[in-house]
Design a protein around this ligand. Sequence first.
Ligand code: PPS
Length: 311
Amino acid sequence: MEKDDSSVDYSDFLAKVPEGMFYRFPLLPVHGVPLMKPIVESWERIEKFQARPDDLLIATYPKAGTTWMQEIIDSVMNEGEVEKTKRAPTHVRSPFLEICSPPPVPSGIDLLEVTPSPRLVKTHLPYELVPETFWKEKCKTIYVARNAKDNAVSYYFFDVMNKTQPDPGTWDEYVLKFLKGDVAWGSWFQHVLSWWKAREKHDILYMFYEDMKEDPKREIRKVMKFLGKDLSEEAVEKIHQHTSFSAMKENPMANYSSIPGTVLDQTVSPFMRKGEVADWMNHFTASQNKIFDEEYQRQMKGSTLRFRNNI
Ligand code: PPS
């Protein structure tokens, strides 16, 4: 029998994890995409994951606005009754498909198996690595993309505080690693481009972080339309308030504060860090910007996909 997702006390598992169990896991390739070792070791199970037709997939490159979109979708699925989203933390309400930790911490799939339908499934997998059943079952997918420069800055600060991903090194070193795709889940370029193409074949709503910042209510309505939800203006306003950066930063069910500091050390850098467009301007030197722009032109050449580095 399926359990209510609020009965899965994931944080409790994490709190009991013996010291030393989590460390900066090395990256190993799966079909050329670097992923953390525990994910690679469980790859067979992930690949064979059985999607359900009413699963909704939220796919992103890391740090593109996943948590924000998860909160919007959960609020929309609850018809704007945002109090209902406080039933459990984000990673329990919307499990992370491929995430794996050493036992006894439940994997994303362990959580998904006890999550009642309709399930909201998070993934950072590039399109090519998504389990085939999502497409066989014709699952709806929302993809969120963020401009490469802000995405790189956000990922750098995350890799500093996330004690399970490789040490990012200096910001100067990280810029080159990011451009090469030598980070967990691989190349930003391949990710955004492969999902851009995939929307021609599947039921995918391709969204942009910058659009969400520019006009959050407009973007909330796009999500509603995609999910076939016709909510009142009052409900849209409630969702807007509930999913603002300031509200989510203070919300223990959305700010990852339930994950212990041995995994996410929020004293180093908070998960809800800045939530802005164009923060990259505070971090890129002129020479890093030049190298980045040249590589960007090379890798994005010929694509119709356009990003805004500022709004
Ligand atoms: S993860 O770990 O991949 O799931 O991270 P993800 O949620 O994709 O990205 C985290 C960044 O999104 C910002 N964020 C928000 N921005 C604006 N409004 C809201 N409500 C919001 N919620 C999260 C978060 O602050 C991270 O970006 P940076 O630039 O680091 O602040």
